[in-house]
Design a protein around this ligand. Sequence first.
Ligand code: HEC
Ligand code: HEC
Length: 284
Amino acid sequence: MRVGVLAGLAAIVVMALAMPVRAEGDLERGNYLLNSIVACGNCHTPKGPDGKAIAGQALAGGTVIEVPVFRAVAPNITPDKETGIGAWTDAQIALAIREGKRPDGSIIGPPMPVEFYRSMSDNDLRAIVAALRKVPPVVNKVGKSTYKIPLPPAYGPPVGRVADVGRGNPVAYGGYLADIGHCMECHTPVIDKGRLDMTRVGGGGRELPVFPAGTVISANLTPGNPAGFAHWTNAQFKETMRTGIRPDGRALVRTMAFDWYKNIKDGDMNALIAYLRTLKPVKN
Ligand code: HEC
Ligand code: HEC
């Protein structure tokens, strides 16, 4: 009898531990991040000839991102078990995002922005995985990437635990958002072998592919660009980020993920601006 009661209690305790603590909050947060600043879909969702995401194909992969040193094919990251990542565990998906390792131990190559995702907090990572699990599965078998450069054996030592960055300090929180949005991956010039020149962070000048064809030079976001964002009002920045139209009326190409950034909440926009306004002037 005593044993039965204890076993029953133990079962309840085990059940409580196995229940995801913030399941609903996770899903909401994860959906928000996926559909706004993090914008995995800017690479992983197939696009039509107009460069816009194809409806009903969210995260189904197949987009080819070609530069001189690689031809990368964005994989299907929907929960389809055969052609997507539906057979992976949550921990395996998390490791792929934050450390660039697949379950078979192989390394995920560029342009998957793993270096930036390394600073993603445990809570946001769990939220994104929860949201990926709920994306409608799409059957879409995509080809393999080819690289003319060697991939690193790893993107760094194991990440371990990453705490949330509080919203109390807008510059720090905005910097965190810029990291998980990998803004500076595209907006920082590269030096030898494609390494980002972090002494010139935000300086732009990178040549990036435009889907379906052509290239574009990323904008200099620092005060060193006399016509650039650093000299715009906050309202002009938000409008550009949400519509893809600059204050002078020139449209941005869809390499900039404004179809997703339009969902960034105002408070997060303000934090992002607070961070971006701390960038040192870079001339290019
Ligand atoms: C800038 C483009 C880009 C962005 C943004 C991006 N990815 Fe990727 N991702 C890729 C490419 C390209 C590959 C394949 C690289 C290769 O073949 O080694 C990849 C690979 C992966 C893989 C491995 C899948 C497999 O079957 O091998 C996963 C999982 C993944 N990405 C998830 C994500 C998630 C989740 C996000 C958002 C948090 C994201 N990616 C954002 C381009 C991107
Ligand atoms: C995949 C690469 C990529 C990412 C990621 C990216 N950008 Fe951009 N961004 C560009 C390119 C390319 C342009 C120039 C587009 C054009 O000229 O049509 C641009 C333009 C801009 C502009 C217009 C500036 C001007 O002077 O015209 C702003 C502002 C901007 N980006 C901010 C951001 C922020 C903030 C983030 C992160 C949330 C971000 N970008 C992420 C590629 C990127």
